[in-house]
Design a protein around this ligand. Sequence first.
Ligand code: OOG
Ligand code: NI
Length: 482
Amino acid sequence: MSASTTVSSTELRTRFASRLSTLYGTEVPAYTTLVEVAQEVNRRVLAREGGNAERLGSIDRVTAERHGAIRVGSPRELAQVARVFGALGMYPCGFYDLRDAAPAPVPVVSTAFRPLDRDELAANPFRVFTSMLVPEDRRFFDADLEARLRSYVDARQLFPPELLTLADVAIERGGLTTVDADRYLHLATASFALSREPVDRAWYTELERVSAVAADIGGVTTTHVNHLTPRVLDIDDLYGSMQARGIEMIDEIQGPPRWDGPDLLLRQTSFRALAEPRTFREVDGTVTEGTLRVRFGEVEARGIALTPAGRDRFDELVAAVDRRLAEQPDLCRADVAPQVWREGLPATERDLCIEGLAFFAFAVDDRVAAGHISPGQRAALEHGEVTALVRAGVLHPQPIVYEDFLPRSAAGIFASNLTDSVGIDPSQGGAERDAGWMSDRIGTTVNAPEELYAREALTSLAAAEQVLTMPITSPVPRGARA
Ligand code: OOG
Ligand code: NI
């Protein structure tokens, strides 16, 4: 950072998250209730569990933690989003294709912009799930609609040029001067506010017939925060507390079930926001008042990141739950899922680690580091293999929290808050999209989450090797290409 730069990217991110939260609270009052209830729940869990409640993130981090969701229409717009968030130290991570997702397909591919390093996540973990429309996908849009959609999106400007210029300066220098920082935060926040511009009724309705998400993205000239999600330490408590306040939640908590083993990956639930007043330009040119119901409230609880082997196991268990429910429709998911999980997964963090199913960072035992080594530990040290060292209590595995999203939950969140499902034409081809395609089109690498977790685990092992002054061998899966 140069001398004239006084607001770092990290600080910009913290301030941006807080401004967006204030904005969204004024736009969607139920969000403020949700944040209040989330904080009550977190206080309760802290009182009940003490320090253990902070195993997957300090209470300061969790209290400030939010993810937002936005939706854009083209690679050009996504590349601009990458600049706006790059200024805040947030980078694309993970590729999610929701076009053939159960329970309902959505014509988008998505990534999440987030800090990548552990200390940046600890400082402020703000992330934004960002979806991009795929008008080229024939299962949803015919050639004529695709052409009109593309020209509509190409003609609009989601972000003012001044914002993008400031973003580039922040990226280059790692921050902005105080004056530029204020300007940047003002322009960036305003870009995600709900627009008062009249919505073209005929165009919006035509897109809505294909998909409500397509209309929300391509039917208006701006983007907006779709939801802003606080993190809770006990999502079942939150769910019940919100219902007790008279807020109707969606039927289920998405993701892993409540069970007596470790928290894994991500659990989320949501409620539909009220219809919001919007103005419309009718076919005859008159401007009328109306409402749209596209935004909602969501909350999440985070657990441990799973290795690729753990994700495979997770997918098998999800499929097993679906199968059992299909065979015995009178059973309910909340009873079946914990049972399936108990049968299919180890119930302790240590066993998850030993079986290579979840990601952990490793710390050398204090007594061992001070030279007090038992005979069993000496044997493990001679062996040098990580699971033996864990079993002998030489290394203590510390869970790495999952910082990303789940495609099935995302599709479930989209679907549960849509009025109608899309009419898709499965006989048509879908345009191929993957992380490499997205990286090329936006000019920035879309990071692979499992590689980041694997790198963190390996870094901790390298530090342990220094302390123990010996090499450690590790069968722990190192991620796809690490
Ligand atoms: C994004 C839905 C996905 C999540 O938390 O999984 C999502 C959207 O509705 O735009 O935010
Ligand atoms: Ni979300």
